[in-house]
Each structure stands twice: as C-alpha cells, then as structure tokens.
Design a protein around this ligand. Structure first.
Ligand code: WTA
Length: 659
C-alpha cells in the first residue's frame, strides 16, 4: 500500500530524450495514439497486417480471429509456420548468418559467442537428435536445464519439430518436477549433469532421477543429458543418453515441421490461487508475433543493439525475451549463467561494461538487492563502471517502487536512458502495459499505458468500468494474439480462472488490482487480488505452500500470507498449528527450520517461508473460515483495528502477535 500512496503523490515526469524519440520505432505520443486508433477502428485488420508484415508464413492465413468458441480464441488459424524457422533460418536469409546471436557468459566468467549460423546448426542437429529417438510433433518434452546456449537450443529444437516444450525452472524440487512431468505427459526430459551458479555446482540430473523415481512418469522414454560440469551422475541404461553423443552424429540441417498457427509451442506452469500449478498453454504464431513486436516497440530493438535480459529460461520472461523475441528480431543478446552477486555484486555492471550492453532488462528485486550491496560497498556501485553503452533500461516481474526506479534511472541509466516498467504475466505471453521509450513520458512506479491493440481497463467486480482515480480490478476486454489458449488438460479451470461468468465470460481477468491516474490515465498495478504472492518476482500460490506444510507429519494446520519486504517485494509468512503442543524457544526454532527445509523439498527453495509463527489455533470465523486478512495485519507487525467480535477465538490474535 505504501508504494501506491507514494505513487499518488508522484509528480516527477521524465519525457523521452529527444534523440531517442527521433530514432525510435514508435516515435512520439502521436504515433502511439495513431496506432491505438487504428486498432480501435479495425481490430482484426490491425492484427492481420502486423502478422503478415512480421512473420514468415509457410501458408498464409485467411482468417484473423475466430471468436466462435470464446474464450477459446483462435488467431490466424488456417495459417502455417514454424517458430524456429522464423527465429533462425530467416536470419540466415536476411544477412545475419555471421552476426553474433548469443554472447554467453558462464558463472566463472568464461565467454562464448555463437553466430546465427552456428546456432541454426546446433538447433538442427539437436532437432534431428530428438527425432532419432522418436520424438515427434505434438509430443511434450520437459526441459530442466541451467541457463545455457544448450537450454535455448533445446527449446528451439522442440519448436523446430513441433514438439511442445515445458521448461521447469532449475530451482524447483524433484516433487515439483515430477508433478509437471506427469501433468504434461512428457515423453522425454532434457537436463544437465549439474548447474553452476555462484561458484557452486548443483545437481540437476540427480533431481530428475529422483522425480522419475517417485513414480507416475510412465510416458518418459528418455532423459537427455547436457554435460555442463562433468560432475558424477548415474546413467540409467536404455533410458539416459548424453546430449553430445546423440547430437554429434546428426546431419547439420533439419527441415522445419510446419505447424498450424494455434499449435501449442509450449506449456509453462505457474502458480494460481488454488490447487496445483496451472499449465499455461501458448500458441505458435500469435505468441511469436507478440514476442517480436514487443522487442520492436517496447525495446526499440535495432540491428546494432546488444540486448540483455537477466531472466532465467525457466520463467516466461526468459521464454519471450531470451529464447524467442531477440532471435526473431535478429538481435545480439547476452545470456548469463550465474547470479548477480558472484563473484561480487558488481557482476551485472561489469558485464554491461565488458559486453557493451545497450538494453538491460531485469527485475526490481535484483535492483533492490544491488542498491543495498552498493550502499555497503562502494566498489560494486554502478558508478565504478563504464555504463555508457546503455541506451534503455527495463523492469519486469513485480511493482517497482519509485525509490528503486529513481536509483536505476540515475545510477545505471545516468539519466540518459528511459526505463520501461513492463507489466505482463505468464498468461499474456508478452508485455501488456508499458511505456514506449521514444514516446511515453515516464512516471516512476507506473507502467503507464497499454500497448497498441491491448484493450486494458479497470473495472469493479461486476465488470463495470471505473473512473480514473478509483482502484479496481485489471481486465483486458478483447482477445490478443499472444494470450494463453487454455490450461493444459483443464479447460474448465481456464474459463473459471481467466474468463469468469461475473465479467461476462469474454473479458480476461488478470488477477491484479490497478488504478489509473486521474489526469494522465496511467496505470499503476496495486498487487494481486487473489492468493498469489510475488516473492522476488516469483509467483507463489499461498495454497500451494499451505498444502506443502500440512503434508508434514508434525503439522495440523497452516495459513500462509505475504508481508511486505524491502528486498524481495513480498516475503512468505506462515502461521502453523502443530499436532503437538505449541513449541517455544529452541524447539520452535528447530521445528521452523525443519519446516522450511520441508517446503524447499516439496516445492523448491524459492517457496521457503521467511517467517514461521506457531499458535494453538488460527483466527477463524464461527463457520471455521481462516481470517487471512487478520493474519496479514499480524505478519506486518501492525495493530489490528478491525472489529474481531465475529471471531470464534479472538484471544488467539494476541498469541500469534507475540510468537
Ligand atoms: C506481477 C512475469 C507490477 C503481477 C512477467 C503479475 C508486475 C505477475 C509487473 C505475473 C510490473 C509483473 N508491475 N506488477 N511491471 N510485472 N507483475 O506470471 O502481479 O511470473 O500478475 O510473469 O507479476 O507474474 P509472472
């Protein structure tokens, strides 16, 4: 809330630097407004033209949008293309063959460069390798890999043969991996022996073994292993194959499999407010179109740019702004294996300086932790580095507070570079609400205005439009090409989660609250309206963490809430009732540690509660409903001012406050 209040008083405005505006893809607000007007006037025509002009089609489409089975929208449905062809072959044809596609920097600082020609060859060989073990169009392949050229190549190779990939972030546990392998019905898992991060080697293959060992992954025929560290692994005969052994004997070209526009390019699991993670299913053509267009519009990508998105390929940001967008745009990009604090917290600035990055895209959590580090040690302050190559900065994944925004703008961008605060979601495929760097006057803490063609609005619970200045829920009123197509295997949940009947069944519900500025109409995101937390830019369902906790033999009941955290945005706070008496002192500390480790094993280290409080009970209404609203107040350390007379057990609040 504090940030929203700050935002209301925010009156700093930063217009685009004139030089930037002059050369920008979308130059000035008039150009932006003209595009919005075009989309208003002829929505389908607007998108059809973009899709024709920006993608290479094997078979052109004749129908732009099919709304007959809403909300299962179809875009460009009778067209055919191949995503990997668009990202790779097209660059060979366009004179980019010898251009560097990827500057890879390993955890230990070793740099490798890969041209478009080399990347094309690697992807083709890997695609042939996948085919050689019987993987075909429509099969699902789980990718559990470190940040690497091989990880990107694995995704592209799947796209090339029409297999649907599902990347699982390397920080997820064996249990989470198993659930995803089963839900997706994966026929193969591509992994690495280990990953190298922050000077440490962490097992990946051993976790895959553990996941498959838990049972249920019957569809998995093969595990393909990229040798990254040379660490010891166990090879299962008949199932496990080394990637290099499989790839080496393959021919260097592979005809792309032409797929329908709607063919599922990937499934990416994300947390929802209830139950298990949802497999967000994306299309091929509509998704790729938006990945490419937002590279052009939001990032103003130019042939000479050195683009760097610091996300992991395990998240949607890594899909759209590492694996697909930059390659489709023929850009040169930096891919980083490691972490921002190793060997020290100047790593990002050092890499920008060394590789002459021009566009830098990272998360507010990283910025906030680097502010702290720079405050503590002047040697890792960005002012110790030559960052003059930068021309544009971006932020993604969570709200950026105005203080962090200003620091980023001043110290990293040196007041020369626009900052694009990009609001979007796994489900939206690409940016939705964001400044255009050559057009939009910036206001710290606001993601400003929707991109052309994105019909975002703030409404009340019944779908009625709210006036500017009044907070409500964020919706998108018309379908757009890169939107989620369904939840893999659960179309009903897709409808309920994103197109609820209360809003008429055709309006996309983002799950975030928003408010528009009274004068400018600028959007500010006020946070999730459901039980989803955003910890360090990672989405976590409170229910998921609660289920993990109650699965522990010691735990009777658990309720999880978020509390504001200076660095991670939100932190996980768990209120736990044990089956035994409420512990205190050392025992409480010991059990809290046990439970934290338990959650790390059940879900992954990113889901570990920062704080665990024990009570004899939880605050409940007389009908037995846990009052999470009150727990949120307690977690923040604030006084409860609400009326608690309807509680079954008001005295419990005092106990939970102290524990
Ligand atoms: C939040 C990440 C404020 C939001 C691309 C959304 C943001 C969720 C911003 C999606 C932003 C993302 N300002 N909040 N610029 N960007 N969010 O699916 O709550 O991992 O719903 O996608 O992150 O997270 P996801």
């Amino acid at each position: 809330m504090a940030d929203t209040d700050a935002q209301k008083q925010e009156n700093r405005i930063f217009p685009p630097p004139p030089d930037f505006a002059r050369n920008a893809t979308i130059s000035g607000m008039d150009a932006y407004k003209a595009m919005c007007a075009e989309a208003d006037r002829d929505y389908e025509g607007f998108w059809a033209k973009l899709a024709k002009d920006n993608l290479a089609w094997h078979k052109p489409f004749s129908k732009t949008l099919n709304e007959s089975n809403a909300p299962f929208y179809k875009w460009f449905e009778d067209g055919q293309l191949n995503v990997s062809y668009n990202c790779l072959d097209r660059n060979l044809e366009n004179g980019n063959a010898d251009k560097t596609a990827i500057i890879f920097e390993a955890d230990d600082g070793k740099v490798t460069r890969v041209t478009y020609r080399e990347l094309h060859e690697r992807v083709c060989k890997l695609a042939n390798a996948l085919k050689s073990i019987g993987i075909k169009k429509g099969d699902r392949v789980v990718i559990y890999m470190p940040m690497s050229v091989e990880g990107i190549a694995a995704m592209q190779a799947c796209a090339r043969i029409g297999a649907t990939h599902s990347v699982v972030f390397g920080g997820f546990s064996a249990k989470s991996l198993q659930e995803r392998i089963i839900d997706a019905g994966a026929v193969a898992v591509i992994t690495a022996d280990e990953q190298a991060r922050g000077g440490k080697h962490l097992p990946l293959k051993a976790i895959v073994d553990e996941a498959i060992g838990m049972g249920g992954c019957d569809a998995v025929r093969n595990v393909i292993i990229y040798r990254r560290t040379g660490g010891n692994i166990n090879l299962v005969r008949g199932r496990d194959v080394w990637l290099h052994e499989l790839v080496d004997k393959q021919p260097a070209s592979c005809d792309p499999e032409w797929v329908e526009a709607e063919h599922p390019l990937f499934i990416l699991y994300t947390s929802g407010s209830t139950g298990k993670p949802k497999g967000v299913q994306h299309s091929s053509a509509g998704y790729l179109l938006w990945a490419l267009l937002t590279m052009k519009w939001t990032f103003d990508i130019k042939p000479q740019d050195i683009f760097w998105c610091t996300a992991d390929i395990g998240w949607v940001t890594g899909h759209t702004y590492i694996t697909y967008g930059p390659l489709a745009a023929g850009a040169t990009q930096i891919v980083f294996e490691g972490v921002p604090t190793y060997p020290n917290a100047g790593r990002f600035w050092d890499m920008i300086q060394k590789h002459k990055a021009t566009i830098f895209y990272t998360a507010p959590t990283a910025i906030r932790s680097l502010i702290k580090a720079a405050d503590a040690d002047a040697q890792v302050h960005p002012n110790q580095y030559d960052l003059s190559s930068l021309r544009l900065l971006g932020s993604v994944g969570e709200p950026i507070n105005p203080e962090a925004w200003m620091w980023y703008y001043r110290n990293v961008g040196r007041e020369r570079c626009p900052v694009v605060d990009t609001f979007w979601q796994t489900e939206t495929g690409g940016h939705m609400i964001t400044p255009l760097p050559g057009a939009t006057p910036l206001v710290p803490g606001s993601c400003t205005l929707p991109l052309p063609g994105i019909m975002a609005a703030v409404v009340d619970e019944t779908g009625q439009a709210l006036p500017n200045g009044q907070g409500g829920i964020l919706v998108v009123k018309r379908p757009w090409p890169s939107m989620i197509r369904t939840i893999w295997g659960d179309p009903e949940r897709f409808k309920k989660s994103y197109f609820p009947e209360e809003l008429g069944g055709k309006t996309y519900l983002a799950g975030d609250g928003a408010v528009r500025d009274e004068k400018t109409g600028y959007f500010t995101i006020t946070g999730r309206i459901d039980d989803v937390l955003n910890v360090s830019g990672h989405r976590m369902g409170t229910m998921e963490i609660e289920s993990a906790l109650v699965a522990n033999a010691l735990v009777a009941e658990a309720a999880v809430v978020g509390k504001p955290d200076e660095t991670t945005g939100e932190a996980i706070c768990a209120f736990v009732v044990l089956k035994r008496a409420r512990p205190s002192g050392d025992e409480a500390r010991q059990i809290a540690k046990e439970l934290r480790d338990w959650v790390a094993k059940e879900i992954g280290p990113i889901a570990k509660p920062k704080e665990i409080r024990f009570g004899d009970n939880l605050p409940k209404t007389r009908s037995g409903k846990i009052m999470r609203r009150l727990l949120r107040v307690l977690a923040k350390g604030e006084e409860i001012t609400q009326d608690v007379s309807t509680l079954e057990n008001p005295a419990i609040l005092e106990q939970l406050k102290q524990s």
